[in-house]
Design a protein around this ligand. Structure first.
Ligand code: BGC
Length: 857
């Protein structure tokens, strides 16, 4: 048997989980990657063994990604190991992979014995008031085999057992459409318990449930007026018997040190108010009030499909600045989402104030962009003569700078750290090139993704908004899916989208939906997220089940627009955001784009209808596939009839209009496409190679130019430094992607517009083009089963590279250009293959392995 040791198989992954404890799938699909030096290696068959004795024997299949669960379905609390062995077409057989283990959570509503224990009304302040403490004692009867805490809340919580914080997640349970889906987490707490007296507790804040959320004053009490903890501690003893400790009326409540906790306002903590030992056994809670048991619906409780928010990095200040009034301002050198951690010593009752901002204006914190979010944390010292460490727990801010007021004595900058907090996704992709500004632009995109995946995909992390705007993630999803493994988190968000859509009859502007200023009227490019985000995730992860789960939602969206547009198929009525933030739109009217809203909307209708037809075909809904393919054709014809001249000019002479027509394939034949491509080049040149697109055109304009072969123009745009351009913010010192092309004006002042965030990922959607075309690493089949290696060097770049942990394993492309010779080195993971398309060369096919190609340019 050849090559037994030349093949190594990774321990299988379960679904999209990073830590498969408390999973919600009873038949989790398995994925693995193979490492081998055998050129062109392909899997012919796999074998799976489960710890319950299930063995599949060799299953003829080339698929190592999301393979069906081979054993009996898991029930609640079941733990199962899995390992894999693979056979190659060349006769090679691997050794068994290491085992990996998954454990289910509580899969049935009936598994939940826990009630919702809420602080009594006497303790409950106004929304965004104090965080409250809940606790109870319990006894562990004997030696423990294992213990699990299943926990969630109406509000945000931090749980403790015997004086120790449970888990390292923050802002749990995060924000979902709570009325439909409330995620719980499962913690292995075996090590936190001991025989005899124990105590469990939690600090409970209002969070998204009851605190203020949204712009224009926002709303409070969105999901209810009462916060509550839902906790179920299950202890399994060595003798097999079990005990349950659940939230019920045996819990007691009191105020704690957190006197104010608000996502927007910040957190105030008075360390003198901490009841010492409150979550330890034997604490005297006689003066505490009994919790009320409130109604909750266990049917809404779901296991997470991705990782929680965690502290992912700590930054030290890079400079200590003095503001115009003598303020002490720390610069952390990077705009982030998170909060500060301080170490301070001083007199009891003394208060330190921490104020956050993304940018400075005239040397002081620029607070106007935060609108009504106060973003101020306060710590009042216990003052017992020892250093005190503090980090707020129930708030987060978008900031690079922090003003520190009231610091007792001399501030040592190392006593203040910035703690980066976001969904703890696995980083999978990267990009670099010889232009440091372009590489920094890419880094800024990564930071904006980190700043805006704070549990859900948001528009911004700093002002009174931070909502799951559908349009923003719709345009950014291809980039997001390359940078981090976000399939799990976005699958959860899409489940919310579908639930909200079913309830509201349309895809809301943001998910979760909070009724604020306007109704849930369908809008193009935003509502189209219902179709395009699942499709993108399928392309990148190969997860067909995700499309299956979203199909009803995808179809409902397209049907809704089809009935709205009627027989003429033109979407030319009703409110639209359109090409939002077109650089020509005035600061106070970001929707006043040059591109006709009807053109944008009709183009999107054609696009999502086409994708829906393809989805239907993949899922075997043949009649649907035919119906939507015909509808897409009709919409295309309607588009052409209304917006395209016979020669290929568009009724709207804008970069965005041509970008849409060219990338969505709305034109009729090569002659029209050639004319449209030429016109786009003329338009970009007419704008002195500055960007002329908003949210809609920005992700498409480079691809549109590339489809016309206009790479010179692509690079003129990409490497442009004058405003507006992708690099202008970089030249102004940006460390994240800005909401506006000119959030900071060339004179260094903040754009006067109401909407001026410095951390919005949408305009960073160009990173997907950097990956696919500048570096040249693109998917050619779902899940990167086939790669397209097609770099298109240009501008003054002398090298570029991208790497990606695809579902099949690590892939990379790296090129250098020297004396007119392009040298490309590409790695194709085992089990995948690639088409290699280099400028001036015929397309080649290659299999797994590392390959080098050269081409004369
Ligand atoms: C958000 C955007 C969002 C937009 C709707 C803004 O307030 O920050 O990113 O998509 O509204 O057009």
């Amino acid at each position: 048997m050849p090559h037994v040791t030349a093949l190594t198989v990774s321990a299988p992954a379960f679904e999209h989980h990073r830590e498969p404890i408390g999973i919600g799938e009873s038949a989790p699909r398995l994925s693995w990657t193979v490492e081998t030096g055998i050129p062109g290696w392909r899997q012919r068959a796999y074998e799976i063994e489960l710890s319950d004795g299930t063995v599949t024997g060799p299953v003829e299949s080339e698929q190592p990604v999301l393979v069906p669960w081979p054993g009996p379905e898991l029930t609640s609390r079941e733990r199962r190991g899995a390992r894999v062995r693979v056979h190659g077409h060349d006769g090679s057989v691997s050794d068994w992979s290491p085992w990996s283990w998954a454990e289910t959570g509580l899969l049935e509503p009936a598994d939940w014995q826990a009630g919702a224990a809420g602080p009594p009304l006497e303790l409950l302040g106004v929304p965004d008031g104090p965080a409250l403490l809940l606790r109870r004692d319990f006894t562990v009867r004997g030696p423990i085999d294992r213990a699990r805490l299943y926990v969630t809340a109406h509000g945000t919580y931090e749980a403790e057992l015997n004086g120790r914080v449970v888990g390292d997640d923050v802002l749990s349970p995060g924000w979902t459409s709570y009325g439909h889906r409330l995620r719980y987490r499962t913690h292995d707490v075996t090590e936190l318990l001991h025989e005899g007296a124990n105590a469990i507790g939690a600090t409970l804040a209002d969070g998204w449930y009851r605190g203020r959320v949204g712009f224009l004053g926002g709303k409070t009490n969105i999901y209810g007026e009462r916060t509550a903890l839902i906790a179920q501690l299950e202890i399994t003893y060595a003798d097999g018997s079990t005990d349950l400790v659940v939230t019920d009326d045996g819990w007691r409540c009191a105020p704690g040190p957190v006197t104010t906790a608000s996502l927007y306002e910040g957190e105030h903590h008075d360390a003198r108010l901490l009841p010492a030992g409150w979550s330890e056994p034997g604490f005297d809670d006689a003066s505490w009030l009994p919790a009320d048991v409130l109604r909750h619906d266990p049917a809404t409780l779901v296991a997470p499909s991705g990782p929680p928010v965690r502290r992912t990095e700590t930054l030290s200040p890079v400079a200590v600045l003095t503001g115009p009034q003598g303020e002490t301002i720390l610069d952390f050198g990077q705009n982030i989402a998170g909060r500060l951690r301080i170490r301070v010593q001083g007199p009891a009752g003394h208060t330190v104030t921490l104020h956050h901002a993304e940018v400075l204006e005239d040397g002081a914190l620029a607070l106007r962009p935060l609108r009504s979010a106060v973003a101020e944390d306060r710590y009042t010292l216990r003052g017992d003569g020892t250093p005190e460490e503090w980090e707020p727990r129930f708030t987060t801010h978008g900031f690079r700078y922090a003003q520190i007021d009231g610091w007792p004595g001399e501030l040592d900058p190392s006593d203040v750290q910035a703690v980066v907090c976001h969904t703890d996704m696995r980083r999978i992709g990267d990009f670099a090139c010889s232009d440091p500004l372009l590489t920094r632009l890419h880094d800024n995109v990564v930071w904006s993704m980190r700043g805006n995946f704070v549990d859900l995909p948001t528009d911004c992390p700093q002002r009174d908004e931070r909502l799951g705007w559908t349009g923003d993630i719709q345009v950014f999803a291809p980039t997001a899916a390359f940078l981090f493994d976000c399939t799990g988190p976005l699958a959860s968000w899409l489940a919310d989208l579908a639930a909200e859509q079913a309830e509201l009859g349309s895809v809301p502007h943001y998910v979760p939906w909070v009724p604020l200023a306007f109704d849930t009227i369908p809008t193009a490019a935003w509502g189209d997220a219902a179709v395009l985000v699942p499709w993108t995730l399928y392309q990148r992860s190969g997860d067909l089940d995700l499309l299956r789960r979203q199909y009803t939602s995808m179809k409902a969206w397209v049907d809704q627009i089809a009935s709205l547009t009627g027989d003429d198929h033109l979407w030319d009525e009703g409110f639209q955001f359109g090409d939002w933030l077109d650089p020509a739109a005035p600061p106070e009217d970001p929707g006043k784009a040059r591109t006709d809203h009807a053109l944008v909307a009709t183009a999107y209708h054609a696009w999502t209808t086409t994708i829906l037809a393809q989805t239907a075909e993949l899922l075997g809904h043949d009649a649907d596939a035919r119906h939507y393919a015909e509808l897409a054709q009709a919409v295309r014809e309607a588009f052409r009839g209304e917006f395209v001249t016979p020669s290929g000019r568009l009724a709207c002479d804008t970069q965005t209009a041509y970008a849409l027509a060219l990338t969505i394939d709305l034109l009729d034949g090569p002659a029209q496409r050639e004319r449209a491509g030429r016109r786009l080049v003329e338009l970009v040149a007419g704008d002195e190679h500055r960007i002329g697109t908003g949210f809609v055109g920005t992700p498409l304009v480079c691809d549109a130019l590339a489809s016309a072969g206009a790479y010179d123009t692509v690079y003129e745009l990409l490497q442009q430094r004058n405003c507006p351009s992708w690099l202008y913010p970089v030249t102004m010192g940006a460390t994240t992607i800005w909401e506006r092309w000119d959030s900071l004006l060339p004179d260094g002042s903040v754009n006067p517009g109401e909407m001026t965030s410095f951390n919005h990922y949408a305009l960073g959607a160009v990173a997907d083009f950097l990956h696919r075309t500048v570096a040249g690493l693109a998917p050619a089949a779902p899940g990167y089963r086939r790669l397209r290696i097609a770099p298109r060097p240009g501008g003054d770049l002398t090298h570029a590279s991208a790497r990606l942990d695809t579902p099949y394993g690590p892939a990379s492309v790296s090129w250098t250009l020297e004396d007119g010779t392009l040298t490309v080195t590409a790695t194709v993971p085992p089990g995948a293959d690639a088409e290699v398309d280099l400028p001036g060369s015929a397309v080649r096919e290659v299999g797994a392995g590392t390959h080098t190609f050269t081409a004369a340019l």
